[in-house]
Design a protein around this ligand. Structure first.
Ligand SMILES: NC(=O)c1ccc[n+]([C@@H]2O[C@H](COP(=O)([O-])OP(=O)(O)OC[C@H]3O[C@@H](n4cnc5c(N)ncnc54)[C@H](OP(=O)(O)O)[C@@H]3O)[C@@H](O)[C@H]2O)c1
Length: 271
């Protein structure tokens, strides 16, 4: 059985650690900088723990480094010397696997593409695991591990993953920011955010079923300048949101014109 150590004790460490245990791959050791966090996770996983970076068990097969992106290299430098035979992976979408190269002979990436929070139960069967390794053998080991705890598996190299992460920022972080702005605008008029829930659900359902660019509706694709101007006036008390509105509107118009040369903005309406 693959002997696994979890390095870090944040959201990913908690969720991955518990999933590995539940699927018959119980982690043997947790290492993290805050003793109380390491101990708490290790208690849940019923395994050893330490806050000493140099105390990684030397017979660990797979060490999963799940710490803040900008600490991955430093942590690997401290942890790896104790276990030169071990395969080290990090879980970051934004960080190249090669940050591990100066410290580990065997390295890779084990990136679960989902937004994890402590208070949400991950639906593992729907989480894509994007894996990569610096050898074919280790890639196979990571694929097997991902298959054991999940269902969707992709081999994604460093270059692909960095673009994938930018795409994820658009699909998740920026979309969510737009939801937050919408909620505040409604709050100002004492309207409940629930009013928008059906629209939000329909937007996602359509984007999942069809090419999102083809599903675009609203004043920008209609070329409805009067409405756009009214919206901009309404946003005069929020200059940052006004800027965002203008930039999004311009971008939607340009995108549609470039994909449909020769047509005017109003030709793109599907409302
Ligand atoms: N959360 C997500 O949705 C998600 C999804 C996919 C991938 N990831 C990736 O998974 C990794 C972990 O993310 P997370 O969400 O689990 O983060 P998190 O909940 O914020 O936990 C961060 C962990 O990193 C440790 N840490 C922070 N700075 C450190 C430093 N300078 N030196 C050593 N350890 C340090 C923290 O230790 P303390 O407990 O001592 O603070 C904690 O254990 C990141 O690479 C992230 O990009 C996250």
């Amino acid at each position: 059985m693959t002997k696994i150590a979890i390095i870090g004790s944040g959201r990913i460490a908690w969720h991955l650690g518990r999933r590995l245990k539940a699927k018959g791959l119980p982690p043997r050791q947790v290492i993290s900088r805050t003793a109380a966090h390491a101990e708490s996770l290790a208690r849940t996983l019923q395994c050893d723990w330490t806050d000493d970076w140099s105390a990684l068990m030397p017979d660990i097969d797979l060490a999963i480094i799940a710490v803040r992106d900008d600490a991955i290299g430093d942590v690997a430098a401290q942890v790896a010397p104790a276990a030169p035979q071990t395969l080290f992976v990090h879980t970051s979408g934004a960080t190249p696997g090669t940050v591990l190269a100066p410290h580990c002979a065997r390295f890779g990436v084990f990136y679960p593409l989902q937004s994890f929070s402590y208070d949400r139960v991950p639906v593992w069967s729907k989480i894509p695991f994007c894996v990569d390794a610096n050898s074919a053998e280790d890639l196979l080991l990571l694929k097997k591990t991902a298959k054991q705890i999940g269902n969707l598996l992709y081999h994604v190299d460093d270059k692909q993953r960095s673009s994938l992460h930018v795409a994820a920022v658009f699909a998740n972080n920026f979309t969510n920011h737009c939801f937050a702005i919408a909620e505040k605008l409604l709050e100002e008029k004492e309207l409940p955010f629930e009013l928008l829930h059906p629209l939000m659900e329909e937007t996602l359902a359509k984007a999942l079923q069809n090419a999102p660019a083809l599903m675009q509706t609203g004043p920008a694709v209609r070329g409805d300048q009067e409405t756009i101007q009214r919206h901009l006036n309404l946003l005069s008390g929020h200059p940052e949101w006004q800027k965002l509105y203008s930039s999004m509107t311009d971008n939607i118009i340009r995108q549609h014109q470039s994909e449909n040369p020769g047509a005017g903005a109003s030709d793109f309406s599907n409302e």
